[in-house]
Ligand binder design. Structure first.
Ligand code: 6GU
Length: 251
């Protein structure tokens, strides 16, 4: 898979793209990231990428010509059917795990990092571009959003994560939050790891994890439970949780 990032701050990506599994995959070549400096596609002496909006108002607008030229260069040559161009924007479609899976199936993902008040709307007349937001808050620029998108998509690619089991048990794969986790020491400043998790009863541990996941989801993201497929056992657990019971009280 190839990812092309169009940005006015290519250096922003230097360090993050060197770290961790993502950095290793890039060094190995199993994933390719191409950074394109939008200023390289300007034609004026000052390499201008923004200008004041027509009709007045605060803030600046990203000019259409440099982005048109940059996108033309990036998409020139052979037609890649599984290619998508996205533009980071607080006004975009909300990015989520489903979108990450969708993007992970592409051959070429092009990310335009939006800045300022937005991009001259005419860019959409020349390219099929999807605007994407990573959440309901405002960032100054799309560079951080692009990094979040790249990381979430990358880890779904073969070799993107240490263990496939780990991806399968992610929060949100089942559209529910994951259970809490513990590691050694079993006791720290008087605080113990739950007894069930220290023992060897794997069936009971599985039940505990399910209980814990339902409890976390009910407390933090009850909205997710409406879309989750729950079996009879889950419903019983949710009743116990709603009644304020803990795992040890019931199982
Ligand atoms: Cl993708 N861009 C900006 N500028 N702000 C955002 C965002 C993106 N997602 C949430 N807020």
């Amino acid at each position: 898979m190839k990812v092309t990032i169009l940005t006015i701050f290519p250096e922003f990506f230097d360090s993050p793209l060197k770290q961790s599994l993502l950095g290793k995959a890039l060094a190995r070549g199993s994933l390719g990231i191409e950074l394109v400096d939008i200023r390289d596609y300007t034609a004026d002496k000052h390499r201008t990428v923004d200008d004041a909006p027509f009709g007045g108002g605060t803030g600046m607008v990203m000019k259409v010509e440099p982005l048109y030229e940059a996108l033309s260069a990036v998409t020139a040559g052979k037609d890649i059917p599984r290619r998508k161009i996205i533009l980071t924007s607080a006004a975009g479609r909300k990015f989520n795990q489903r979108t990450a899976i969708e993007y992970s199936l592409l051959d070429h993902l092009v990310i335009i990092c939006g800045r300022y008040k937005g991009v001259d709307a005419r860019l959409h007349k020349f390219f099929d571009i999807e605007e994407v937001s990573i959440g309901d808050y405002v960032l100054n620029g799309g560079e951080t959003a692009a990094l979040a998108i790249v990381e979430s998509v990358f880890r779904l690619l073969p070799g993107g994560i240490g263990k496939i089991d780990s991806a399968m048990s992610d929060s949100f794969i089942e559209e529910m939050l994951g259970c809490q986790v513990w590691t050694r020491p079993a006791r720290f400043k008087g605080e113990s790891v739950p007894a069930v998790m220290q023992g060897g009863d794997h069936a009971r541990q599985e039940r505990f994890r399910r209980f814990c996941a339902l409890q976390m989801t009910m407390n933090r993201r009850p909205d997710l439970l409406r879309q989750t497929i729950l079996d009879e056992d889950d419903r019983l657990m949710l009743q116990e949780i709603a009644a304020g019971k803990e795992f040890e009280d019931c199982y």
